[in-house]
Ligand binder design. Structure first.
Ligand code: BJ8
Length: 424
């Protein structure tokens, strides 16, 4: 990474502690990513983003602020980024995916809190993540209890807006979500000093739909056998989608897709044809949480799709582009976002339907249901996932884990035994 020490100091970061994080990343990334064979050339851009993760994009965000723009940090795919961009702001993901931040989170949260929440709070309190320092406002949501309470702690640090996500998906709930979006528009307008006009909102809807289209195109290539890109690389691209400039991300992902589509035409893959194809479903994997993908792919099986918020849930549905008036656009946003099937909803049977559909579309041989430890929502829903997969005869493995490496060998044994079952 280039020298950003001065920038980090100016941001009030704990630079000495941050150095420890910077020292660990190249080895971890090298071992997990750069060691892969036949990686697409198009991944070079994403390698660069990781190499400069606390440098290039934070510097861009600071430039934006120097021009008077605001930066909004978000923690959930339910927050409509379109609104932020329409007001001349920038939205950036803040979910923590590293064990490095967990201890600082545990200093204020119960230990039996999900690692994503602990790492997100820890990243702020530890002062070791520039994104958490730069964001002018954090935007949270009421999806799970751990997050709701964590927001109250973070609100003592940074201006914070919480969006109240409904718990059901009845027509009146979609109406309520539309009202929340209206309220969010007001907050963003006041905070940025800019109006959200229908024209600007239309532009940001199209821009973010294009990002979703590019990710969908990337995932389409993963339906091929042999698969032209590893699950690890596809996951990395999706994780970066939460931080990167949306238009540049779209362009780079489309470039990658062109290469992958050529590979598919030539029948070239990164795993041999016929290798067991795995779907991962469950809780999201924030950067740099590559643990499960690395385990599965090191054992010779490609991950071909993720039914997750760092997977299909992030891009599958587009916002209707037709409405050109604000009320119509708000309804279109509400309808699109309420299609995301998070376990915080009851019932959430559409997620089970999605899993079954994706299993067919991606021709998967087995499904790993991935739960971040202490996520009561997804681990409870696992019962229903397993029931549905058993009924269809789809092999299933449930894994509950955190960000640490402590259970790595134990998980490796379980994953290898599962793959063995699929190979018979
Ligand atoms: S829409 S999955 S991004 S809430 S894993 S913090 S639920 S205890 S991340 Fe999520 Fe939005 Fe839902 Fe998606 Fe809580 Fe569970 Fe932790 Fe979670």
């Amino acid at each position: 990474m280039a020298d950003y020490r001065k920038m980090w100091e100016d941001l009030g970061m704990n630079v000495d502690k941050h150095d420890l994080l910077c020292e660990a990343l190249p080895d971890a990334f090298g071992g997990i990513y750069l060691s892969q064979e036949k990686r697409p050339e198009g991944m070079n851009y994403f390698n660069f983003v990781v190499a400069e993760i606390h440098g290039v994009r934070p510097a861009e965000l600071l430039e934006h602020q120097a021009r008077g723009g605001k930066v909004f940090g978000t923690f959930c795919v339910y927050v409509p980024d379109e609104v932020v961009f329409a007001a001349g702001g920038i939205a950036t993901g803040l979910c923590g995916g590293s064990q490095f931040w967990v201890p600082a989170g545990e200093s204020v949260l119960p230990v039996n809190t999900c690692p994503l929440i602990k790492a997100s709070v820890g990243a702020r309190l530890d002062r070791t993540c520039p994104f958490f320092r730069i964001a002018d406002m954090y935007v949270g949501e009421t999806t799970c209890d751990g997050k709701k309470k964590a927001w109250e702690i973070l609100a003592g640090e940074v201006p914070f807006h919480v969006m109240d996500v409904p718990q059901m998906k009845r027509p009146q709930d979609i109406g309520r979500w539309a009202d929340e979006i209206k309220g969010f528009i007001k907050v963003v307008e006041e905070f940025t000093g800019n109006r959200v006009t229908p024209e600007a909102l239309h532009q940001s809807i199209v821009m973010l739909n294009n990002k979703r289209r590019a990710l969908k195109r990337l995932y389409e290539t993963r339906k091929a056998d042999p698969v032209p890109i590893s699950g690890k690389d596809a996951l990395l691209a999706t994780e970066i989608a939460f931080y990167d400039d949306p238009s540049r991300f779209t362009e780079m992902t489309n470039n990658l897709c062109e290469e992958l589509e050529q590979r598919v035409k030539r029948g070239e893959g990164v795993f041999p044809a016929g290798a067991p194809r795995i779907m991962i479903t469950g809780t999201p994997m924030a950067i740099p949480n590559w643990k499960l993908h690395h385990l599965v792919e090191s054992a010779g099986a490609p991950v071909v799709v993720e039914e997750s918020c760092t997977g299909t849930r992030y891009f599958e549905h587009l916002v209707e582009e037709e409405p050109r008036d604000l009320d119509g656009q708000i309804i279109a946003l509400a309808e699109r976002y309420m299609k995301t099937n998070c376990a915080c909803f009851t019932p959430n049977s559409n997620r089970i339907q999605d899993i079954l559909r994706l299993a067919q579309e991606y021709r998967v041989d087995g499904i790993i249901d991935y739960n971040l430890q202490f996520c009561g929502l997804y681990s409870t829903e696992s019962y229903l996932v397993k029931q549905a997969l058993d009924a269809q005869g789809i092999p299933y493995l449930h894994i509950e884990t955190d960000y640490s490496e402590q259970d790595f060998e134990q998980l490796r044994t379980r994953v290898e035994a599962f793959l063995e079952r699929l190979r018979k």
